[in-house]
Design a protein around this ligand. Structure first.
Ligand SMILES: COc1cc(O)cc(Nc2ccc(C(=O)Nc3ccccc3)c(OCCC[NH3+])c2)c1
Length: 356
């Protein structure tokens, strides 16, 4: 009805904008929707602007009807994201739910997909690959330290921010196996090209090793510019993964080959563990420190300037504002505060638009 009404009067331009907003009234006044920047199974991701700060964000929109039995995965992801706060994990800002949709407002990664950077550069040098790999290992080690497993690590799920920092996204398949990592994860999931043999076999497995396998595929893609296991026929692809044989191009150094082999071990028990990656000789080359795990971006700390500014905007005392904020409800206040903090940390002036 609403769209129809607008449809009658719309002549392109701002009505098109109004029509887009009309589709999701819950976003009105909070975010301005822009173009679609990604669409997957039961979700689409749109670029948007957070109105009060003017900052760009990404909004993952999920239609509950098409979610079906995946609805529980959204809850798992929301649980995970509300716990996670790491420099190399796309930050969750706000969660909105209507009777028909979920909206996840997350960090916009303007550098796009790591995959596109590898393709355009053909392949990365060992030095570049190491810098990127250390950031990914840091994020995955942090994730594991909190008992989560990503399970869908692939170049498309590693984005870059404007400073070319790695940002892990899409925790739709991540899991927190009951009883931490002792539990067995049975559901096979993730994209086959990056799926570990034990996943392909649907064997019971301890999740964290599948992330090591996928990071091995990622490192291989960074250093080679193509994938270790690839085939358009799915069963041939599975055979190649289970066989665990792949090309080692001539440009790979012995150390790179050894590290990749230790990650692409078919037997998960023989696979190198994440904590062994943190100070692996290849990972350490040229660096003095091992990869740091709790590179948490502690967004939940008190910042007098941001609290004060938001308090004035909301016409409440800073104490009451902090009282409200520190409940971390991932509502519009949480999003506004995190985005203000983001700007401040990038050395930009912190300001709010809007009345008052
Ligand atoms: C916690 O962060 C999450 C969770 C989640 O479930 C999904 C996403 N998805 C995102 C987030 C951001 C982008 C993005 O910024 N993309 C982009 C930016 C500039 C140029 C090109 C793309 C996103 O992109 C969708 C396509 C990525 N394969 C997805 C984040």
């Amino acid at each position: 009805y609403l769209l129809e009404r607008i449809g009658h009067v719309s002549h392109g331009g701002e009505d098109f904008e109004a029509e887009k907003m009309a589709r999701y009234p819950v976003l009105r006044g909070l975010y301005e929707l822009d173009k679609t920047i990604g669409c997957g199974g039961f979700a689409k991701v749109k670029l948007a602007t957070h109105i009060l700060t003017g900052e760009k964000v990404a909004i993952k929109i999920m239609d509950k009807r098409s979610l079906g039995e995946n609805l529980h995965r959204v809850r798992v992801e929301l649980d995970a994201l509300q716990t996670l706060s790491h420099h190399h994990i796309s930050q969750l800002y706000q969660v909105l739910e209507t009777e028909s949709h979920f909206f996840l407002v997350v960090e916009y990664c303007s550098g796009g997909e790591l995959f596109d950077h590898i393709v355009e550069k053909n392949r990365l040098s060992e030095k570049e690959a190491r810098a990127a790999f250390r950031q990914i290992v840091s994020a995955v080690a942090y994730l594991h330290s909190l008992g989560f497993v990503h399970r869908d690590l692939k170049p498309e799920n590693v984005l870059l921010d404007k400073d070319l920092n790695m940002k892990l996204i899409d925790f739709g398949l991540c899991a927190k196996p009951n009883g931490g990592l002792k539990g067995f994860l049975y559901t096979s999931c993730g994209s086959p090209t990056y799926a570990a043999p034990e996943l392909v076999l649907g064997k019971k497995y301890l999740g964290h090793e599948v992330d090591v396998w996928s990071m091995g595929v990622l490192l291989y893609a960074l250093l080679c510019g193509f994938l270790p296991f690839d085939d358009d026929k799915i069963d041939t692809l599975y055979k190649k993964i289970l066989d665990g044989k792949y090309e080692e191009p001539s440009w790979l150094t012995m150390e790179s080959r050894r590290l990749i082999r230790s990650m692409l071990q078919i037997d998960p028990k023989k696979r190198i563990r994440v904590d062994e990656l943190l100070n692996h000789p290849w990972v350490m080359r040229g660096f003095r420190e091992p990869v740091c795990v709790n590179n948490s971006s502690n967004m939940k700390e008190y910042d007098i300037q941001c609290v004060g500014l938001l308090a004035r905007q909301r016409n409440v005392s800073p104490e009451d504002m902090w009282e409200l904020l520190s409940k971390w409800k991932y509502d519009y206040n949480t999003a506004t505060y995190f985005l203000m903090l983001n700007r401040k940390r990038r050395g930009l002036p912190v300001r709010l638009f809007g009345p008052g």
